[in-house]
Design a binder for this molecule. Structure first.
Ligand SMILES: O=C(O)CCC(=O)C(=O)O
Ligand SMILES: [Fe+2]
Length: 312
């Protein structure tokens, strides 16, 4: 059997479960750190998200994207200051040297009353679907992401020798956005065409749920210059470092280029969850230094650029 090299897998349950020995917790933190230094990506097991919750989340993707185009278009993110809602196929360009992405997407974030609307803040644009087929399962999954995201950030700061209290501002009222994604089968012969063009993620960390068996994610491997395929396996989440944590850690945590080519021959659904952080936060590792770019300034620039939107 040939073993295709890919990004390492780590069971994070020793960190998440409070009753485990300090040595095993420290060992898990050390492994996560080493893999994030080298690859910027890891496959995570023992994350505590129930299988049923994961499956329901993926089922919500199909339900949403099966809606008629016209109904999806009424929920466009382009008309929404909080940048929640629907992105048509070809509307995002993650790699300016490639053709527009062959994917459609839908952003959902923390529900904020309309009185407090601003960039990445505000009410969601919920599709008109029964509670138990969409809003309920998505909200359930979202709550799990908030908890897991915080625990992963803790591991990353402990890995750099800091106390978890440095995360106070970043995790206060964090922007954490789910993105439901649908990739049609890859049919193009044009080598500039991808489901998602090569990019690094903008924020702190990303937690990705892939539809089992629907492979397509590829992660750049600097030492060889090649692309590592990352399998889409059931109950395995993919975690990666974003540009903010790369910058804040003085480049030690790697924010690695990745792209998607939907080679499954079928529709592919996936759900990245972008943990950006509190919009007012600056570098948590330099708490006295508040003059740096805020989460809001950084994300606004990268996000609006990728959709050809001017900053509002
Ligand atoms: O769909 C995937 O597997 C990855 C998506 C991704 O990289 C992104 O949306 O930033
Ligand atoms: Fe990404």
């Amino acid at each position: 059997m040939t073993v295709v090299p890919t990004v390492p897998t780590i069971d994070v349950s020793p960190y998440l479960q409070g009753d485990i020995s300090p040595d095993r917790r420290a060992e898990t933190v050390e492994r996560v750190k080493a893999v994030c230094f080298e690859y910027g990506f890891l496959q995570v097991t023992g994350h505590g998200i129930p299988i049923a919750t994961q499956r329901q989340m993926l089922a919500c993707c199909k339900t949403l994207f099966d809606l008629p185009q016209q109904r999806k278009d009424t929920l466009s993110l382009k008309n929404n200051p909080a940048r929640r809602g629907y992105e048509r196929i070809g509307e995002q360009v993650l790699d300016a040297k490639a053709l527009p992405d062959q994917k459609e997407g839908f952003y959902i974030g923390r529900e904020v009353p309309p009185t407090d609307t601003g960039f990445l803040r505000g009410p969601n644009q919920w599709p008109d679907l029964p509670e138990q087929t969409f809003h309920g399962p998505v909200t359930d999954y979202y709550q799990h992401m908030l908890r897991l995201g915080k625990a992963l950030l803790e591991m990353l700061v402990i890995g750099l020798g800091h106390d978890i209290s440095v995360l106070e501002t970043l995790t206060k009222e964090p922007v954490v956005n789910l993105k439901l994604l649908h990739y049609p089968p890859h049919l193009s012969k044009d080598e500039r065409q991808f489901g998602a063009g090569a990019h690094t993620d903008f924020g702190s960390i990303t937690m990705l749920l892939q539809q089992p068996g629907k492979h397509g994610l590829q992660v750049h491997h600097e030492p060889s210059g090649g692309w590592l395929p990352v399998p889409a396996a059931e109950d395995v989440l993919i975690i990666n470092i974003g540009d903010l944590f790369h910058k804040w850690s003085d480049g030690r945590y790697n924010s690695t280029l990745h792209r998607v080519v939907n080679i499954s021959g079928d529709d592919r659904y996936s759900v990245p969850c972008f943990y950006q952080g509190d919009l007012s936060a600056t570098n948590p590792f330099k708490p006295g230094e508040c003059s740096g770019e805020t989460v809001e300034q950084h994300i606004r620039r990268k996000f609006d650029q990728s959709y050809g939107l001017s900053a509002k």
